[in-house]
Design a protein around this ligand. Structure first.
Ligand SMILES: [Zn+2]
Length: 277
Protein backbone atom coordinates (compact mmCIF):
# COMPACT_ATOMS: atom_id res chain seq x y z
CA UNK A 1 0.00 0.00 0.00
CA UNK A 2 2.73 2.45 1.00
CA UNK A 3 5.14 1.30 -1.71
CA UNK A 4 3.38 3.18 -4.54
CA UNK A 5 4.14 6.48 -2.77
CA UNK A 6 7.88 5.87 -2.25
CA UNK A 7 10.27 8.44 -3.79
CA UNK A 8 13.62 7.53 -2.19
CA UNK A 9 15.08 6.11 1.05
CA UNK A 10 12.84 7.31 3.87
CA UNK A 11 10.67 9.50 1.66
CA UNK A 12 7.06 8.91 0.57
CA UNK A 13 4.90 11.46 -1.29
CA UNK A 14 1.14 11.37 -0.73
CA UNK A 15 -0.63 14.12 -2.76
CA UNK A 16 -4.09 14.99 -1.45
CA UNK A 17 -6.52 17.75 -2.56
CA UNK A 18 -6.26 21.07 -0.67
CA UNK A 19 -7.47 24.65 -1.22
CA UNK A 20 -4.18 25.88 -2.71
CA UNK A 21 -3.03 28.41 -5.31
CA UNK A 22 -4.23 27.36 -8.82
CA UNK A 23 -3.24 25.66 -11.08
CA UNK A 24 -2.08 23.37 -8.24
CA UNK A 25 -4.97 21.49 -6.62
CA UNK A 26 -3.18 19.31 -4.06
CA UNK A 27 -0.54 19.40 -1.35
CA UNK A 28 2.04 16.62 -1.02
CA UNK A 29 1.91 15.02 2.40
CA UNK A 30 5.44 13.66 2.78
CA UNK A 31 6.26 10.86 5.14
CA UNK A 32 9.92 11.50 5.99
CA UNK A 33 12.25 9.13 7.89
CA UNK A 34 12.03 5.50 9.00
CA UNK A 35 13.47 4.84 12.46
CA UNK A 36 12.00 8.21 13.44
CA UNK A 37 9.53 9.74 10.98
CA UNK A 38 7.38 12.85 10.62
CA UNK A 39 4.32 13.60 8.49
CA UNK A 40 5.03 16.86 6.64
CA UNK A 41 2.30 19.46 5.98
CA UNK A 42 -0.91 17.79 7.24
CA UNK A 43 -3.44 19.83 5.27
CA UNK A 44 -6.11 17.75 3.49
CA UNK A 45 -9.48 19.09 4.68
CA UNK A 46 -11.67 16.19 3.47
CA UNK A 47 -12.38 13.61 6.13
CA UNK A 48 -12.10 10.78 3.57
CA UNK A 49 -8.55 11.89 2.77
CA UNK A 50 -7.64 12.19 6.43
CA UNK A 51 -8.92 8.60 6.78
CA UNK A 52 -6.61 7.59 3.93
CA UNK A 53 -3.65 9.23 5.66
CA UNK A 54 -4.40 7.51 8.94
CA UNK A 55 -4.57 4.15 7.11
CA UNK A 56 -1.25 4.84 5.36
CA UNK A 57 0.43 5.73 8.65
CA UNK A 58 -0.87 2.51 10.16
CA UNK A 59 0.59 0.60 7.20
CA UNK A 60 3.88 2.44 7.70
CA UNK A 61 3.94 1.51 11.39
CA UNK A 62 3.60 -2.18 10.43
CA UNK A 63 6.74 -1.75 8.29
CA UNK A 64 8.60 -0.26 11.24
CA UNK A 65 8.20 3.39 10.20
CA UNK A 66 7.25 5.15 13.41
CA UNK A 67 5.66 8.57 12.92
CA UNK A 68 6.50 10.73 15.94
CA UNK A 69 5.19 14.16 14.88
CA UNK A 70 3.30 16.34 12.44
CA UNK A 71 5.79 18.74 10.86
CA UNK A 72 4.87 22.08 9.23
CA UNK A 73 7.09 23.61 6.52
CA UNK A 74 5.26 26.91 7.12
CA UNK A 75 2.04 28.52 8.36
CA UNK A 76 -0.10 28.68 5.18
CA UNK A 77 -3.50 26.97 5.27
CA UNK A 78 -2.66 24.51 2.48
CA UNK A 79 0.21 23.21 4.69
CA UNK A 80 -1.40 23.01 8.13
CA UNK A 81 -5.18 22.93 7.57
CA UNK A 82 -5.52 19.41 8.99
CA UNK A 83 -2.91 19.74 11.76
CA UNK A 84 -5.39 20.22 14.60
CA UNK A 85 -7.69 17.40 13.41
CA UNK A 86 -4.84 14.91 12.89
CA UNK A 87 -3.12 15.94 16.10
CA UNK A 88 -6.28 15.01 18.02
CA UNK A 89 -6.90 11.86 16.02
CA UNK A 90 -3.35 10.44 16.04
CA UNK A 91 -2.25 11.93 19.37
CA UNK A 92 0.89 13.34 17.71
CA UNK A 93 2.71 16.57 18.61
CA UNK A 94 3.03 19.42 16.07
CA UNK A 95 6.52 20.67 15.19
CA UNK A 96 7.31 23.94 13.41
CA UNK A 97 9.72 26.89 13.38
CA UNK A 98 9.17 29.58 16.02
CA UNK A 99 8.21 32.14 13.35
CA UNK A 100 5.56 29.70 12.05
CA UNK A 101 4.21 29.07 15.56
CA UNK A 102 3.95 32.83 16.13
CA UNK A 103 1.74 33.14 13.03
CA UNK A 104 -0.55 30.31 14.20
CA UNK A 105 -1.77 31.42 17.64
CA UNK A 106 -4.81 29.13 17.42
CA UNK A 107 -2.68 26.01 16.89
CA UNK A 108 -0.60 24.57 19.73
CA UNK A 109 2.93 23.92 18.46
CA UNK A 110 4.66 21.44 20.76
CA UNK A 111 8.24 21.75 19.55
CA UNK A 112 9.95 24.76 18.01
CA UNK A 113 12.40 23.49 15.38
CA UNK A 114 15.46 25.60 14.58
CA UNK A 115 17.87 25.53 11.63
CA UNK A 116 20.16 22.48 11.73
CA UNK A 117 18.11 20.36 14.12
CA UNK A 118 17.42 16.67 13.44
CA UNK A 119 13.76 16.11 12.58
CA UNK A 120 13.73 12.50 11.34
CA UNK A 121 16.10 9.54 11.03
CA UNK A 122 16.34 6.82 8.36
CA UNK A 123 16.78 3.10 9.09
CA UNK A 124 20.55 3.41 8.53
CA UNK A 125 20.78 6.16 11.16
CA UNK A 126 21.23 9.04 8.70
CA UNK A 127 19.35 12.19 9.75
CA UNK A 128 16.96 14.59 8.05
CA UNK A 129 17.91 18.10 9.17
CA UNK A 130 15.77 21.24 9.28
CA UNK A 131 17.01 24.05 7.02
CA UNK A 132 15.55 27.50 7.70
CA UNK A 133 14.62 29.03 4.33
CA UNK A 134 12.63 32.25 4.91
CA UNK A 135 11.24 34.26 1.99
CA UNK A 136 7.96 32.67 0.93
CA UNK A 137 7.11 32.58 4.64
CA UNK A 138 9.25 33.78 7.58
CA UNK A 139 9.35 30.42 9.36
CA UNK A 140 9.76 28.24 6.28
CA UNK A 141 11.74 25.03 6.86
CA UNK A 142 13.07 22.53 4.32
CA UNK A 143 14.25 19.03 5.27
CA UNK A 144 17.70 17.90 4.11
CA UNK A 145 18.96 14.32 3.87
CA UNK A 146 22.65 14.55 2.98
CA UNK A 147 23.03 10.77 2.50
CA UNK A 148 20.70 10.80 -0.54
CA UNK A 149 21.08 14.54 -1.34
CA UNK A 150 17.29 14.84 -1.19
CA UNK A 151 15.75 18.15 -0.14
CA UNK A 152 12.10 18.38 0.90
CA UNK A 153 11.48 21.89 -0.41
CA UNK A 154 8.00 22.93 0.81
CA UNK A 155 6.90 26.08 -1.03
CA UNK A 156 10.39 27.26 -2.02
CA UNK A 157 9.93 25.72 -5.48
CA UNK A 158 6.93 24.08 -7.15
CA UNK A 159 6.52 21.06 -9.39
CA UNK A 160 3.21 22.58 -10.45
CA UNK A 161 2.22 26.26 -10.49
CA UNK A 162 4.37 29.09 -9.15
CA UNK A 163 5.65 30.37 -5.81
CA UNK A 164 4.15 33.62 -4.60
CA UNK A 165 6.31 35.94 -2.51
CA UNK A 166 3.56 38.03 -0.95
CA UNK A 167 4.71 41.21 0.82
CA UNK A 168 2.24 40.54 3.65
CA UNK A 169 4.25 37.57 4.95
CA UNK A 170 7.04 37.06 2.42
CA UNK A 171 10.31 38.83 1.61
CA UNK A 172 12.04 38.77 -1.78
CA UNK A 173 15.56 39.37 -0.48
CA UNK A 174 15.18 36.50 2.00
CA UNK A 175 13.66 34.29 -0.70
CA UNK A 176 16.64 34.83 -3.04
CA UNK A 177 19.10 34.20 -0.19
CA UNK A 178 17.25 30.99 0.74
CA UNK A 179 17.41 29.73 -2.87
CA UNK A 180 21.19 30.24 -2.65
CA UNK A 181 21.30 28.42 0.69
CA UNK A 182 19.47 25.46 -0.88
CA UNK A 183 21.79 25.39 -3.91
CA UNK A 184 24.79 25.44 -1.57
CA UNK A 185 23.68 22.06 -0.20
CA UNK A 186 24.12 20.60 -3.72
CA UNK A 187 20.84 18.64 -3.68
CA UNK A 188 20.21 15.88 -6.21
CA UNK A 189 16.44 16.33 -6.17
CA UNK A 190 13.83 18.69 -4.71
CA UNK A 191 10.61 17.34 -3.23
CA UNK A 192 8.14 20.28 -3.46
CA UNK A 193 4.84 20.69 -1.63
CA UNK A 194 2.95 20.89 -4.92
CA UNK A 195 3.60 18.68 -7.96
CA UNK A 196 6.14 15.96 -8.68
CA UNK A 197 9.68 15.58 -7.37
CA UNK A 198 12.08 17.77 -9.37
CA UNK A 199 15.32 16.19 -10.51
CA UNK A 200 18.10 18.41 -11.96
CA UNK A 201 17.79 20.27 -8.66
CA UNK A 202 20.59 22.78 -9.22
CA UNK A 203 19.22 23.73 -12.65
CA UNK A 204 15.78 24.27 -11.09
CA UNK A 205 17.20 26.48 -8.31
CA UNK A 206 19.25 28.51 -10.81
CA UNK A 207 16.18 28.91 -13.02
CA UNK A 208 14.09 30.17 -10.09
CA UNK A 209 16.77 32.66 -9.10
CA UNK A 210 17.31 33.97 -12.64
CA UNK A 211 13.55 34.15 -13.26
CA UNK A 212 13.10 36.37 -10.17
CA UNK A 213 16.07 38.58 -11.04
CA UNK A 214 14.82 38.97 -14.63
CA UNK A 215 11.38 39.99 -13.33
CA UNK A 216 12.92 42.41 -10.85
CA UNK A 217 14.89 43.97 -13.70
CA UNK A 218 11.63 44.42 -15.69
CA UNK A 219 9.98 46.06 -12.65
CA UNK A 220 12.94 48.45 -12.29
CA UNK A 221 12.86 49.24 -16.02
CA UNK A 222 9.11 49.95 -15.84
CA UNK A 223 9.47 52.22 -12.80
CA UNK A 224 9.68 55.94 -13.70
CA UNK A 225 11.62 58.61 -11.83
CA UNK A 226 8.27 60.26 -10.95
CA UNK A 227 5.90 58.93 -8.25
CA UNK A 228 3.74 56.14 -9.69
CA UNK A 229 1.06 53.76 -8.39
CA UNK A 230 2.27 50.13 -8.62
CA UNK A 231 -0.69 48.88 -10.69
CA UNK A 232 0.31 51.29 -13.46
CA UNK A 233 3.51 49.24 -13.89
CA UNK A 234 1.70 45.96 -14.56
CA UNK A 235 1.26 46.29 -18.37
CA UNK A 236 5.01 46.83 -18.78
CA UNK A 237 6.50 44.67 -16.01
CA UNK A 238 3.97 41.81 -16.32
CA UNK A 239 2.77 42.29 -19.92
CA UNK A 240 3.73 38.67 -20.65
CA UNK A 241 1.44 37.39 -17.86
CA UNK A 242 -2.33 36.76 -18.25
CA UNK A 243 -4.45 39.64 -16.94
CA UNK A 244 -6.26 37.09 -14.80
CA UNK A 245 -3.02 36.67 -12.85
CA UNK A 246 -2.45 40.41 -12.36
CA UNK A 247 -3.92 40.58 -8.83
CA UNK A 248 -1.32 37.98 -7.80
CA UNK A 249 1.35 39.66 -9.96
CA UNK A 250 0.70 42.95 -8.17
CA UNK A 251 1.59 41.37 -4.83
CA UNK A 252 4.70 39.76 -6.24
CA UNK A 253 5.70 43.09 -7.81
CA UNK A 254 5.34 44.84 -4.46
CA UNK A 255 7.81 42.35 -3.01
CA UNK A 256 10.21 43.22 -5.84
CA UNK A 257 9.72 46.96 -5.20
CA UNK A 258 10.47 46.50 -1.50
CA UNK A 259 13.61 44.56 -2.43
CA UNK A 260 14.63 47.31 -4.89
CA UNK A 261 14.15 49.88 -2.10
CA UNK A 262 16.38 47.80 0.19
CA UNK A 263 19.00 47.81 -2.58
CA UNK A 264 18.74 51.61 -2.84
CA UNK A 265 17.26 51.48 -6.37
CA UNK A 266 13.70 52.68 -5.55
CA UNK A 267 11.74 54.52 -2.87
CA UNK A 268 8.14 54.74 -1.75
CA UNK A 269 5.77 57.24 -0.20
CA UNK A 270 2.42 56.13 1.29
CA UNK A 271 1.09 54.40 -1.85
CA UNK A 272 3.43 55.26 -4.72
CA UNK A 273 6.91 54.31 -5.89
CA UNK A 274 9.66 55.92 -7.94
CA UNK A 275 13.01 54.83 -9.29
CA UNK A 276 16.12 56.39 -7.79
CA UNK A 277 18.53 57.68 -10.40
ZN1 LIG B 1 2.79 28.66 1.12
Amino acid sequence: MLETFRESAGLWRIPLPTPTLPPATATNHYLVGERQAVLVDPSAPALANQDKLVALLAAAAQQGVAVTALFLTHHHQDHMGAAAALRARLDLPVWAHARTAALLPELAVDRLVADGETVAVNADGTPWLAVHTPGHAPGHLCLWHAATAMLVAGDMVAGEGTILVDPRDGHMGDYLASLDKMAHLQPRALAPAHGQVLHEALAVLTHYRLHRLAREHKVLEALPLTWTAPDALLPTAYGDVSRLAWPIALRSMQSHLIHLAELGRAERDATRWRRLA
